[in-house]
Design a protein around this ligand. Structure first.
Ligand SMILES: Nc1ncnc2c1ncn2[C@@H]1O[C@H](COP(=O)(O)OP(=O)(O)OC[C@H]2O[C@@H]([n+]3cccc(C(=O)O)c3)[C@H](O)[C@@H]2O)[C@@H](O)[C@H]1O
Ligand SMILES: Nc1ncnc2c1ncn2[C@@H]1O[C@H](COP(=O)(O)OP(=O)(O)OP(=O)(O)O)[C@@H](O)[C@H]1O
Ligand SMILES: [Mg+2]
Length: 252
C-alpha cells in the first residue's frame, strides 16, 4: 500500500499543477472514504489542503469522528453547519409542491437526503472558488460501479482519487496511512437519515461488491442486484443525454 499512497500523492500534486489550481478541498464526514482522502491531500499539500465538516442533522458521533480525523491528520479545516439552510430550502420547496396538491410523501426521505448531499456540493464549490482549489470526491470502485451516490451531490466533484480502489482496499489504504481503527472499522453510512447504513440500503454487502469487481464468485442474488444497480445508474456516470444533432454544425 505504501507504493499506492506515494503514487496517489504524486498524482494529486501533478493534477493540481496541470489544472493551475492552488490546492484541494474535501468534505469530511468521519467515514473511511473521506478520511483516506483527507490524509492523502494533506500529504500532497500540507498547507494547501482543507477538510470541511458540514453537519446537516448529522449524528454527533460522525462529527466527533470527523474531528478525530482533523486532530490525527493535522489537516486545515472549517465547520459549516447546513442544518438551518437545508430546513429552510427543503420546506420552501415542499410548501410550493404541496400548494399544487402534488407532494409525494413516498419520496420525501430520499429527496431530503439528496438535497443535503447537493448543499454540501455547493458549499464545497463555493469554498473551492475562494481558494482556487479542486473539489476532491471520495467515491470508491464499489460506490462508483453501483451508482451509490447522489448525482451532482457527493458525485459532483472535480477529481476522484479512490475510483479504482474497492472498499476493502480503501480500508487497507487507511490502515497504511495510520487512520484510527475505529474509523477504519466503522459501518459505512451515507448519514442521510437516522440509522442508515450503505449495506442495509443497498441490500448487498461491500464484501460481495468487492468480490464481484475482483471477478470472484458471488451468489446469483448478489450478482443480479449489483448488475441492476449498475444499469439503473448508468446515467450518473455519463454526460447529460442530448438529442441527435439536428443542426449542420458540430460543437467542439
Ligand atoms: N435514466 C436516466 N437518465 C438520466 N437521468 C436520470 C435517469 N434516471 C434518473 N435520472 C435522474 O437522476 C435522479 C436520481 O438520482 P439521484 O438524485 O442520485 O438519487 P438516487 O439514486 O435515487 O438516490 C441516491 C442514492 O445514493 C445514496 N447516497 C447518496 C449520497 C451519499 C451516499 C454515501 O454512500 O455516502 C449514498 C443514497 O442513500 C441513495 O440511495 C432522478 O431524480 C433524475 O433526475
Ligand atoms: N457531515 C458531512 N460533512 C462533510 N462532508 C460530508 C458529510 N457527510 C458526507 N459528506 C461527504 O460525502 C461523501 C460521501 O459519503 P460516504 O458515506 O460515501 O463516504 P464516507 O463517509 O467518507 O465513508 P463511508 O462510505 O465509509 O461512510 C463523504 O466522503 C464526504 O466527502
Ligand atoms: Mg459515510
Amino acid at each position: 500500500m505504501e507504493q499506492h499512497i506515494n503514487q496517489l500523492v504524486q498524482w494529486l500534486q501533478e493534477t493540481v499543477k496541470e489544472t493551475n489550481s492552488n490546492g484541494l478541498v474535501v468534505g469530511l464526514s468521519g467515514g473511511i472514504d473521506s478520511t483516506v482522502v483527507a490524509y492523502l491531500i494533506k500529504q500532497a499539500f500540507p498547507e494547501q489542503s482543507l477538510g470541511l465538516i458540514m453537519p446537516c442533522k448529522s449524528a454527533d458521533q460522525d462529527r466527533d469522528d470527523a474531528e478525530l480525523v482533523i486532530e490525527e491528520s493535522g489537516i486545515k479545516h472549517m465547520t459549516i453547519d447546513l442544518t438551518d439552510q437545508h430546513d429552510s430550502m427543503f420546506s420552501t420547496i415542499k410548501q410550493q409542491i404541496e400548494n399544487q396538491g402534488e407532494w409525494n410523501s413516498d419520496k420525501e426521505q430520499i429527496a431530503d437526503a439528496n438535497l443535503r448531499a447537493r448543499m454540501r456540493m455547493s458549499t464545497l464549490y463555493t469554498v473551492a472558488a475562494n481558494y482556487n482549489y479542486l473539489v476532491v470526491g471520495t467515491d470508491n470502485a464499489a460506490e462508483w460501479y453501483t451508482g451509490y451516490f447522489t448525482k451532482h451531490g457527493d458525485g459532483g466533484v472535480d477529481i476522484v482519487p479512490l475510483l479504482h480502489y474497492t472498499k476493502e482496499e480503501v480500508r487497507e489504504l487507511g490502515r497504511a496511512l495510520g487512520v484510527p481503527n475505529k474509523i477504519v472499522d466503522k459501518a459505512p453510512s451515507a448519514g442521510l437519515w437516522d440509522g442508515q447504513t450503505d449495506e442495509s440500503e443497498m441490500g448487498v454487502s461491500y464484501d460481495a461488491i468487492d468480490a464481484f469487481l475482483n471477478g470472484e464468485s458471488v451468489s446469483d442474488n448478489d450478482a443480479e442486484k449489483i448488475e441492476m444497480m449498475h444499469e439503473r445508474t448508468a446515467h450518473k456516470r455519463a454526460l447529460p443525454k442530448s438529442p441527435p444533432d439536428f443542426h449542420h454544425f458540430t460543437l467542439e
